[in-house]
Design a protein around this ligand. Structure first.
Ligand SMILES: CNc1ncnc2c1ncn2[C@@H]1O[C@H](COP(=O)(O)O)[C@@H](O)[C@H]1O
Ligand SMILES: [Zn+2]
Length: 306
């Protein structure tokens, strides 16, 4: 039964709206990269080994890892980095497609690098016909002030670039209220909201990127059972299930769907509609959304809903 449900969740077409590129690198890959850097004397492998392999991750531990990600993934050991290291300035990379997948990029403003925020928005604008479809605000949630990101985010809004914001991973009433007032196209997390903010969110109908495993692992949510997904879902507030950092938290999008089924008792048709609904919150253009709708119609036609 459990295995059958897991398989069904894998077969279900899914739309991922909240995945950090470097957070999606597997820990075995990170370990391998760290080992190579250790061998070359760039880092001390023994110092980082335990951080990479540790399972429960508080925010301070996550931010330690974020710093490490930065070193590991900008140190030219990744495929694209190898080309960059030898001054290749334009790269046409080819791959044999196994299955059809649309990939779009959101550019993240990192809370720790306020100065780059405006440049990030301008870059997103420049690259809007090259796969970049939006802006995100993320990074260590206990760092930085909302006011310092606001001008760049306002600029993005004026340019018509869709925005999603990490909000309420830690209790920060002032910022949560300001973010809700800002009214981005999507919001991520929303774990630590007061009753009043909760009400405001629900009346806004802003879609929420729900990251169950991430929230439980970082301690942003008290437990899976008590996660606010259930409340939002029953209030018919639009949620979309996401992984956040599938590598960092050893999860997958199929697993997040499975967790919702096993923890909150959603049926297959309900899970199907949850996945299907996320198409409408994607930042991709209408043409892409149209073909995604067809993917779900076909899947329903093939009897996947039951
Ligand atoms: C756990 N919850 C989280 N909260 C906030 N920011 C997070 C995050 N998980 C990841 N990131 C952000 O994504 C970066 C890694 O991917 P990229 O280098 O951008 O591909 C991290 O450095 C952090 O800034
Ligand atoms: Zn995130």
């Amino acid at each position: 039964m459990e295995a059958e449900m897991r398989e069904w969740c894998v077969a279900l077409p899914k739309v991922e709206l909240h995945a950090h590129l470097n957070g999606s690198v597997r820990d075995s890959t990170l370990l391998e990269l760290a080992k190579q850097l250790g061998d070359r004397g760039v880092i001390v492998f023994e110092d980082v080994k335990d951080v990479i392999m540790k399972k429960g991750r508080s925010f301070p531990e996550c931010s330690k890892l974020f710093d490490l990600f930065h070193i590991l993934t900008t140190d030219h050991d990744t495929a694209v980095g190898d080309f960059a290291a030898e001054n290749v300035v334009y790269l046409e990379i080819r791959t044999t497609p196994k299955k059809r997948i649309y990939v779009r990029l959101l550019l993240s403003i990192d809370r720790e690098t306020t100065l780059a925020a405006l440049d990030t928005v301008n870059l997103a604008m420049e690259m809007k016909d090259q796969g970049v479809v939006g802006i995100d605000l993320s990074g260590n949630p206990v760092v930085g002030e909302w006011e310092t990101y606001l001008p760049a985010l306002e600029h993005a809004k004026e340019l018509g670039i869709p925005i999603t914001i990490h909000c309420g991973e830690v209790p920060n009433m002032k910022e949560i209220q300001a973010v809700l007032d800002f009214c981005p196209q999507r919001l991520g997390h929303l774990c630590c909201l007061s009753d009043e903010e909760w009400k405001k969110l629900k009346s806004s109908m802003i879609p929420v990127e729900i990251c169950l495993t991430s929230n439980v692992m970082t301690g942003a949510a008290p437990s899976l059972e008590l996660h606010h997904f259930a409340d939002l879902y029953h209030a018919k507030h639009p949620p979309s299930l996401c992984t956040d950092d599938s590598g960092l938290f050893s999860t997958s999008l199929s697993n997040e769907y499975y967790l919702v089924a096993s923890m909150f008792g959603l049926s297959k048709p309900e899970l199907f509609r949850l996945a299907q609904g996320a198409v409408e919150f994607a930042f991709a253009d209408d043409k892409v959304k149209k073909s995604l709708r067809v993917v779900f119609e076909h899947a329903a036609g093939k009897g996947l809903m039951v």
